[in-house]
Design a protein around this ligand. Structure first.
Ligand SMILES: [Fe+2]
Length: 179
């Protein structure tokens, strides 16, 4: 279950109904997949070969196709990040740049943890801390970035309308407050 932290005030929002209501107010899609469907052998595995990635996509095929039908996604894949990822430090630096995309950025967390940092026009930046089973979509043209949490391990399913929709446009935002 996700938790929210508002950076300007350090206020935390917890509890499923509160988190859902807050994210709804920010037009952030927030749904759930059953984390228990993950095959046992893949639950704590953060270096995945192509067969294992295909197994994860097959496990969540119904959920993926349901989202795709409702929201227009055409392609999907699995991304895994951990300290075993080549150039992880460089990648994280690149990730930790506020940016926007012309399509929404949707992620379903299936293993590990991660944080989306998203800008609210009214509240400033807020963190969404994500766990397995959390599905989140950052609206198009909204300032955000993604990073790992302390355990530095995540596996997520990504869905795209088209690959070019995910090009990052970096934003230099004076309102951005570092954690
Ligand atoms: Fe992004």
């Amino acid at each position: 279950m996700a938790e929210i932290r508002i950076r300007n005030t350090n206020e935390r929002i917890t509890g499923e109904a509160n988190v859902k209501a807050f994210l709804d107010s920010q037009e952030v899609v927030y749904e759930h997949w059953d984390a228990n469907k993950m095959p046992e052998a893949l639950r704590e595995k953060f270096v995945l070969n192509d067969e294992e990635k295909a197994e994860i996509l097959a496990t969540y095929d119904a959920e993926i196709r349901d989202l795709a039908a409702r929201r227009g996604y055409e392609i999907w894949d699995v991304i895994s990040l951990s300290d075993a990822t080549p150039n992880i430090e460089e990648l994280l630096k690149k990730f930790e740049q506020v940016h926007t995309h012309t399509e929404d950025e949707i992620r379903a967390i299936v293993s590990g943890k991660g944080i989306f940092i998203i800008k609210s026009e009214e509240l400033g930046y807020f963190d969404v801390e994500l766990e397995p089973g959390d599905v989140i979509s950052v609206p198009e043209n909204t300032n955000h970035f993604f990073t790992l949490m302390d355990n530095r391990q995540i596996v997520a399913v990504r869905l795209f309308i088209e690959k070019d929709g995910w090009i990052a446009y970096n934003v230099e935002d004076p309102d951005f407050i570092k954690a």
